[in-house]
Design a protein around this ligand. Structure first.
Ligand code: NAD
Length: 303
């Protein structure tokens, strides 16, 4: 990565006071960027606040000769975080929506607060920060966004209906930002990371934790937000040095005529076809436009 630099760019990292965010902040500052280290400094469950995490990372960056400023707002006040970037550095080029909390509990025992707080920090937080940065990105015809999802969002995870829902919401959010941003050279991608941190300390063994340094996720984010990147609207996994991409797959499916032969019984008869991924070429669906084609084909389907 020695050639990747971010000189004269302003990078905003939310939740930059610890874990993955801290690793991003240190990296971008070491590669010439001016960094806004945002962190509310609350507990892992989203209670309280503390200026220390963001301040400590800023001190580390400055001690190493880098340029950074701390911001202690919650991401739910994303406009104020972007305001910090504009006030201090006059611009914003890269936004890494990374701040996160967990409130794990079985769905049966989940309180309204468990649901709302998770939605607020992950979904509303990413929305508020991106919404505030968007006019600057559009005006300068440049912007890079990384939104942080999770394997939990992609696949579900016991005790995380709130978190999984929030993390999946970020996928639709990002894919649409990518569509709307493309002509303005604004690229947005999703990251589903894995790293040892406060959030995972209780669910990973010490050996696994040490093999999953947040630093091993940084190179992927570094590539995604670099000016040379052309990737947008994609979902990446990154953990322990393994980087991969996730995409959708549509089964061959079954076509039904939209007339009175199209009954629930007809669907039951062809149920295996509906979910058949083995026969026919798999389709890697990437848009909604092809549904129109399917409707046209359905009209011609045999009885
Ligand atoms: P972490 O707890 O070490 O760091 C998260 C940081 O976000 C903390 O410093 C916290 O104070 C800050 N934060 C929380 N709420 C905030 C708010 N409202 N406003 C501003 N800052 C806030 O956790 P981490 O593991 O580094 O997680 C970073 C991101 O990656 C999160 O979005 C998390 O959901 C996601 N993630 C992590 C893993 C993993 O394996 N560590 C896996 C999947 C997803």
């Amino acid at each position: 990565m020695s050639e990747l630099r971010y000189d004269n760019q302003v990078v905003v990292v939310t939740g930059g006071g610890a874990g993955l965010g801290r690793a991003y902040a240190l990296f971008f500052a070491s590669r010439g960027a001016k960094v806004v280290v945002n962190d509310l400094g609350g507990s892992g469950k989203g209670e309280g606040n503390d200026t220390k995490p963001a301040d400590t990372v800023v001190s580390e960056i400055c001690a190493a000769g880098g340029v950074a400023v701390a911001d202690h707002h919650s991401v739910t006040s994303g406009d104020l975080i972007i305001e910090t970037a504009i006030k201090e550095f006059g611009r914003v080029d890269v936004l890494i929506n990374n701040a996160g909390i967990l409130r794990d509990v079985s769905f049966r025992n989940m309180t309204q607060r468990d649901w709302d707080l998770i939605m607020d920090v992950h979904v509303r937080g990413a929305y508020k920060c991106t919404r505030a940065a968007w006019p600057y990105f559009r005006k300068q015809k440049y912007g890079r966004v990384v939104n942080t999802s999770s394997a939990s969002g992609l696949f579900g995870n016991f005790g995380q209906t709130n978190y999984a829902a929030a993390k999946f919401a970020l996928i639709g959010f990002t894919k649409t930002l990518a569509l709307e941003g493309k002509k303005y050279n604004i690229f947005a991608n999703v990251l589903a990371p894995g790293a040892g941190s406060r959030l995972t300390a209780t669910v990973m063994t010490p050996e696994v934790l040490s093999a999953m340094s947040p630093a091993y996720v940084v190179p992927l984010v570094a590539v995604l937000v670099h000016s040379s990147n052309t990737e947008t609207g994609s979902i990446f996994e990154a953990a322990a040095g393994h980087f991969s991409k996730i995409r959708w797959e549509r089964s061959k499916g079954a076509l039904f005529r939209p007339d009175d032969s199209f009954t629930a019984g007809a669907v039951v008869k062809r149920w295996r076809d509906v979910g058949d991924f083995e026969r026919g070429r798999p389709e890697h669906a990437s848009g909604s436009a092809d549904m129109i084609t399917k409707l046209e084909e359905a009209k011609k389907a045999p009885r």
